[in-house]
Design a protein around this ligand. Structure first.
Ligand SMILES: Cc1cc2nc3c(=O)[nH]c(=O)nc-3n(C[C@H](O)[C@H](O)[C@H](O)COP(=O)(O)O)c2cc1C
Length: 187
């Protein structure tokens, strides 16, 4: 059993809010297959209001304050997003806009200098590749340290996963393992 103090904490932001989301299931697959050196937990973005600069005064919304505190506690952020109209989802962009505005004006954004990785699954043939490319450029502007390889984008097929949405295809299992290794090396 890994000593809790040496475990690295990975916050997972999921760009889909729907109940049966493939990306939520992919996040659960990361949680279930994680080596015991990595602990993944989902950071909820569903209760963030739509970004509006007026809401920053007199004080930021409670949900934004909680969200930024959660981000600060992580060693790395994993963004898991669907592709909507050849980009990443609006809910994820909304979360990034809130994260880019530090609650404490003397501090930097909780994203600045933070390590980040991206994964995603879609029903389309390019499996979120374009969404990830857009997301990468935004994360770089926010000063995040990106892990570029291996790229993790999938076109959904029921043959790739078992009933519990764990990888069953050999090359997908290898990708999960290579991805975790890359996160571990970066931490
Ligand atoms: C508004 C909308 C736009 C979409 N655009 C794309 C797209 O550009 N590329 C793609 O691969 N899939 C696209 N899709 C299909 C989604 O990838 C698919 O619905 C996916 O399952 C959504 O992710 P989720 O299951 O995590 O909710 C789109 C779906 C919606 C609802």
């Amino acid at each position: 059993m890994q000593n809790q103090t040496t475990q690295k904490h990975i916050g997972v932001l999921i760009g889909s809010l729907r109940k049966e989301s493939l990306n939520k299931k992919l996040a659960q697959a990361f949680i279930k297959t994680a080596p015991n050196t990595l602990s993944f937990h989902i950071i909820d973005i569903s209760s963030l209001p739509l970004y509006n600069e007026d809401l920053e005064t007199p004080v930021f919304p409670e949900s934004v304050i909680t969200f930024q505190k959660e981000l600060l506690k992580t060693d790395l952020l994993l963004f898991i997003t669907p592709e909507y109209n050849r980009s990443f989802s609006g809910v994820l962009k909304n979360a990034l806009d809130w994260a880019s505005r530090p609650v404490n004006p003397a501090a930097k954004s909780p994203l600045f200098g933070k390590k980040a990785a991206i994964a995603g699954i879609s029903t389309g043939s390019i499996g979120t590749a374009v969404a990830q490319s857009h997301l990468r450029s935004v994360l770089q502007v926010l000063g995040m340290q990106l892990i570029f390889q291996p790229e993790f984008y999938l076109k959904f097929s029921p043959l790739l996963f078992d009933e519990a949405f764990l990888p069953q295809d050999a090359s997908l299992k290898a990708l999960f393992s290579a991805f975790s290794d890359a996160l571990s090396r970066a931490l």
